[in-house]
Ligand binder design. Structure first.
Ligand code: PRX
Length: 667
């Protein structure tokens, strides 16, 4: 906990910046599932007074169970273990597909895929069933079964959703790696997960540009002996290297004569892992977050229904990439468990122009639109003429996720996109939480721009001032959760003895789950999120560990040492600022920045590229040898008045700080 960011120094939405409270409009309230604060409060109270009874009722209502559970909840946050619905048997693929074939939704659109080139393809629930079964049978034919890991490195093509559901159908565990990650990042994740099969593509298409995915995968696979088969989706029909015996084409495999259109369900226990998703932390390599079958699906499904006020006729559109948790829970699992129509978009918001998302909203008649503040800010900058040129009248609920939404972006979203009548739901959650945790309900909760508002059902947050003391109303503190929720991370993959799991989430505040975020609760009980307090940078809503970037930078010839911090960035939320110390005799020439960008791109991916490179003679260190990051963060944020740096007496050499201030790049 030492040298963590002081929440009050974070660039974040402060409640005093906006006194506005927006009530849900009659337009949103009409016919909504939860249309008043009384209903919300009543249900919330039930959910915390008797969580087991509440969640048991929801589990009956939201999921199909092949066999009932023996015990609703078993948990301990000190010696962490969490189990929901132990002994219950269900299957995620069955819940997302098969049951809709019998409930009148067989011919309903499950997925609408919108390609980069503006083509769309519609997959009904029946079509989804066939695709998923065929692929599941292909996987089975390679010997993939319950508990085996399948790595997926795909762009936003429909086969990505099919692959997830095919794994779930046979009890295999998927580990999706964002297609913007580099070969080395993919290699690390495959090695850590021990995957047997990789599903990838020839190329990706985004913004008119080709991403050579298979070439990256091939590079990664040079050091991944666990992979026995590689299934290649032919997205661009271009010739790529195929290794005989190992690599096969997706379209050929699913069309094999021995592959049936039906695939029996593997009934899985409620706590069996559904997927692993790697996410960045303060230290070391990314952590493999393991999500469960039943608890995860229950909360993803229930929050999809209530937070987006999803109805059967709605068309729902989330702009995330499935490589991140938002896409897992709110493009695929949550909406499909609800029997909804989910739009999956391959491209980028600015291609061919900044009207692209609004074009999708108009053409598909989107009712719920879920995106990230960074996208809102960048579209806002492109001008109001883009949204104004489209018919956005189908919209009812607008969602935000990934970082605190600043008031200006909130207001623009509300007025220019929602035309003052839609609700903006600001959803706070994390890869680890699996589903929404703090959010307004669109037809019930009065909105305060930039506040994620109130906890979702069953979620019991607490803001801590110190290890054992709760923060007072209006005071900044650390956001923790007191009680387990169904979609909670169960453990970390390959973490013997749960050591890292305990250390990361349950040690800073004994008996509580610690989120890594700073927060404040106001007099109305509303939560205001203030950003990360650990060494994680939130770049465009994506979590990147500073330790990972430093490891990449340090591997560059000539670099002796580095320190990476975040700084406020107009579009990305946070930018990446790298302090570099060169090795004795090595030169910081003009090409250095370019070389460093290259090494980060190769090790992690383009999203982790530093925005600022600042070469310094030394880093400010304490007598015990720790880098004083709080000073580096201030300087990166443009604060150069040493009076504002706090206590410097533990520094070995204060002159180092003056030198850094003097050499700060001004661009
Ligand atoms: O700092 C919080 C921020 O994103 C972090 C979680 O990142 P990740 O696991 O990648 O998941 C992102 C999508 C759920 C959190 O610790 N964050 C996410 N949503 C919000 C947010 N911060 C403020 N307000 C939000 N709505």
């Amino acid at each position: 906990m030492s040298d963590q960011k002081n929440p009050s120094t974070q660039q974040s939405a402060k409640p005093e910046k906006t006194a506005m409270v927006y009530e849900p409009t009659e337009y949103v309230r009409q016919g909504s599932w939860i249309d008043s604060m009384e209903t919300y409060r009543d249900l919330y109270q039930q959910s915390v007074d008797n969580p087991e009874k509440f969640w048991a009722e929801q589990a009956e209502r939201f999921l199909y169970w092949k066999e009932p559970w023996d015990k609703v909840l078993d948990w301990d946050f000190n010696d962490p273990h969490i189990s929901w619905f132990a002994g219950g048997k269900t299957n995620v693929s069955y819940n997302c597909i098969d049951r809709h074939l019998k409930d009148g939704r067989r011919n309903k659109a499950a997925l609408i895929w919108e390609s980069d080139e503006r083509r769309s393809k519609v997959y009904t629930y029946q079509a989804l069933y066939t695709r998923v079964c065929r692929l599941a049978n292909v996987l089975k034919s390679y010997g993939v079964g319950k508990g085996d890991v399948v790595a997926i490195y795909l762009p936003m093509v429909p086969e990505l959703a099919f692959a997830m559901l095919a794994c779930a159908r046979i009890g295999a565990i998927h580990a999706i790696v964002f297609s913007g990650f580099s070969a080395q990042a993919l290699r690390d994740r495959i090695q850590a997960s021990g995957a047997k099969v990789l599903i990838t593509a020839d190329n990706g298409m985004r913004g008119g540009r080709l991403n050579p995915i298979k070439a990256q995968a091939d590079e990664a696979l040079l050091e991944c002996p666990s992979i026995q088969k590689v299934i290649v989706v032919s997205r661009t029909q271009q010739q790529v290297d195929m290794e005989p015996g190992r690599d096969v084409y997706y379209h050929e495999e699913v069309a094999r004569k021995d592959i049936s259109r039906h695939c029996d369900i593997e009934w899985t226990e409620a706590n069996d892992p559904l997927f692993i998703l790697y996410t960045s932390g303060s230290t070391g390599k990314p952590k493999g977050i393991v999500h469960s079958t039943a608890g995860y699906l229950l909360q993803a499904s229930m929050s999809s229904k209530y937070v987006f006020d999803l109805h059967d006729d709605d068309v729902y559109f989330c702009t995330a990439d499935i490589g991140w948790v938002t896409g897992h829970s709110y493009i695929v699992y949550g909406p499909l468990a609800q029997g909804a129509t989910s739009v999956m978009f391959e491209g980028v918001p600015t291609y061919p122009d900044a009207g692209r998302l609004w074009d999708i909203v108009e053409r598909h008649g989107v009712n719920q639109f879920y995106t990230a503040p960074t996208a809102i800010r960048s579209l806002m900058r492109s001008g109001n003429e883009f949204p104004a040129a489209y018919d956005l009248s189908s919209l009812r609920v607008l969602g935000s996720v990934g970082e605190p939404i600043n008031p200006a972006a909130w207001e623009w979203f509300y007025h220019e996109i929602g035309h003052d009548r839609c609700s903006v739901v600001d959803t706070w959650w994390q890869t680890e939480t699996g589903a929404h945790m703090i959010t307004n309900l669109p037809a019930a909760t009065p909105m305060k721009p930039s506040s994620a508002t109130l906890p979702f059902f069953g979620v019991q947050p607490i803001v801590m001032e110190s290890e054992h003391k709760e923060a007072a109303t209006g005071e900044d503190g650390r956001l923790c959760i007191k009680f387990p929720w169904p979609s909670m991370v169960r453990h970390l993959w390959d973490d013997p003895g749960n050591t890292r799991f305990k250390e990361t989430y349950f040690s800073a505040f004994p008996g509580l789950y610690f989120s890594g975020d700073a927060a404040m609760v106001d007099e109305d009980g509303y939560y205001w999120l203030k950003g990360r307090v650990d060494d994680v940078i939130n770049v465009s809503g994506h979590r990147i560990g500073t330790a990972e970037i430093e490891a990449a930078l340090n591997s560059s010839p000539g670099v002796a040492e580095s320190a990476v911090v975040g700084f406020p960035h107009e579009i990305k939320g946070e930018g990446i600022y790298a302090y570099i110390v060169m090795k004795h005799g090595a030169e910081a020439d003009e090409d250095l920045e370019h070389r460093l960008a290259g090494v980060v791109r190769r090790n992690i991916g383009p999203i982790a590229k530093p925005d600022v490179v600042h070469v310094v003679n030394e880093l400010p260190k304490t007598r015990s040898g720790k880098i004083m990051r709080r000073i580096l963060r201030k300087i990166a944020a443009g604060i150069t008045d040493k009076e504002q740096f706090g206590d410097l007496s533990t520094l070995v050499d204060e002159d180092v700080v003056d030198e850094i201030i003097e050499t700060r790049p001004t661009k």
